[in-house]
Every structure is written in structure tokens, then in C-alpha cells.
Design a protein around this ligand. Structure first.
Ligand code: GRF
Length: 221
């Protein structure tokens, strides 16, 4: 599909390796996004350097500088709205969002979550997979709705748990898969193949019946 690059903003809190994956894909000409800006709630987030190196405007909205969650979110929303994004990507953004903020960007905000949702919303997903003795782990990109990590899942990548895996090892093995998953999902949105309409996710104009799966060959099926 031939379209104008989609105005996109990315929210981060830390390392920013997924942001870097988006920037790299964009620089390779593989992402139809206009990366308008990166916002971090942490002034020392390492990922800010990736934005700076790529010439993507970066903004810090430090949550410690605001009296409460609502005030911080209002400042993030103000910074976001100046970028006029049509897509907001939460890439390792570690703040729980309130319903008013989520509703403001409903249908145009997606999050990367390190589990095969609906399993393991919230934190410590790798450890919880191991505790449960699951055979499979993975990561999901989902639309953000007011309930934490519970919005419709657009795409997932799956990875087999290996004997001897610990939580750190699982996270490290999953990370490069997450990079590919996020790039693929953002591209689907930017090209208009995936759309949100009245609370439903459409793929190529049809309701998405189940999450797309990122295959080893890089395709999403
Ligand atoms: C990823 O594992 C993502 O699933 C989770 O936070 C991590 C972010 O990593 N939400 P990075 O900051 O993009 O390197």
C-alpha cells in the first residue's frame, strides 16, 4: 500500500531497544512511520540517546516533577498532542495509564507486552511463565484499553521455554523477537492494513479473529 508516512510518537521509560528497532527499520525504509518524537518519563532513560542520535525529537516528562498521576498524564498528553500522532507506541513505557488518558488515544495507541496475552498481564511475566511450567512464552502487541494489558491483541511472537531457562535468560532470548514483532505490528498499522473501528480490530477490512503470529520467516500470519 502506498501511503504517506503515519505520524507516530513513541513512549519509553528505559533502555529503548524497541525504540531503536523502530528507528533502524525506519532508516532501512521498512517502516511507513513519520517518527515525530519520543517521550520518556525518566530523564536518564538510555533510549533517549537513540532518539537523539537519529535526530528524532525527544521530550522528558519526569513523573517525579508532578504532584499526582493525573497531572503527569496531562503533561504527557500535552507533549503528545503537540506531535499530533496518529499512532502512539508504548515501547517499554512503565507507567500504568488511567482511563481518561487511554480514552484520549483509544484505537491509536499500542503496547508491547512480554507475554502471550491474555496470560500474564502486569509485571514479572518471565518468572510467572517459569513458575507455571509453561511450554511456551512470547510477547504481544495489543491495543491499549482502560484495563491493564487487556486490549485486543494484534500480533504475537511465540518462543519455546528451554530446560534450564531462568527469567533473565527468557527475557534476553525474547528481546530480539520482540523487536521484530513491534516493527511488524507498527508497519501493519502505518500501512492501514490494521485499523481500529468501534472497538474492533480490522485486518484488511475484516474483523481480526485471532492475533497474527510472527513466523520465523518474518511474515505475520
Ligand atoms: C520489553 O521487554 C517490553 O516487552 C516491555 O519492556 C521491555 C522494553 O525494553 N514492555 P526496551 O526498553 O525497549 O529495551
Amino acid at each position: 500500500m502506498n501511503r504517506r508516512p503515519l505520524p507516530t510518537a513513541v513512549l519509553i521509560s528505559g533502555r529503548g531497544s524497541n525504540l531503536k528497532a523502530l528507528i533502524d527499520a525506519h532508516d532501512r525504509g521498512e517502516l511507513a512511520a513519520d517518527l515525530r518524537g519520543v517521550i520518556s518519563n525518566r530523564p536518564r532513560a538510555a533510549g533517549l540517546e537513540f532518539a537523539r542520535a537519529a535526530g528524532v525529537p525527544d521530550f522528558v516528562v519526569d513523573h517525579h516533577a508532578y504532584p499526582d498521576r493525573a497531572a503527569h498524564e496531562a503533561a504527557v498528553a500535552a507533549a503528545l498532542d503537540r506531535l499530533a500522532p496518529e499512532l502512539v507506541v508504548l515501547a517499554g513505557y512503565m507507567r500504568v495509564l488511567t482511563a481518561p488518558f487511554v480514552e484520549r488515544y483509544l484505537g491509536r495507541m499500542i503496547n508491547l507486552h512480554p507475554s502471550l496475552l491474555p496470560r500474564y498481564p502486569g509485571l514479572q511475566t518471565h518468572a510467572r511463565v517459569l513458575e507455571a511450567g509453561d511450554e511456551w512464552h512470547g510477547s504481544s502487541v495489543h491495543f491499549v484499553t482502560p484495563d491493564l494489558d487487556a486490549g485486543p491483541v494484534l500480533a504475537q511472537v511465540r518462543m519455546r521455554v528451554q530446560p534450564g531457562d531462568d527469567a533473565g535468560g527468557l527475557a534476553a532470548r525474547l528481546l530480539p523477537l520482540e523487536h521484530r514483532l513491534l516493527v511488524g505490528a507498527v508497519e501493519l498499522f502505518c500501512t492501514g492494513r490494521v485499523q481500529w473501528r468501534n472497538g474492533r480490530v480490522l485486518l484488511d477490512g475484516q474483523p481480526l479473529q485471532r492475533p497474527l503470529i510472527l513466523e520465523d520467516d518474518g511474515s505475520m500470519r
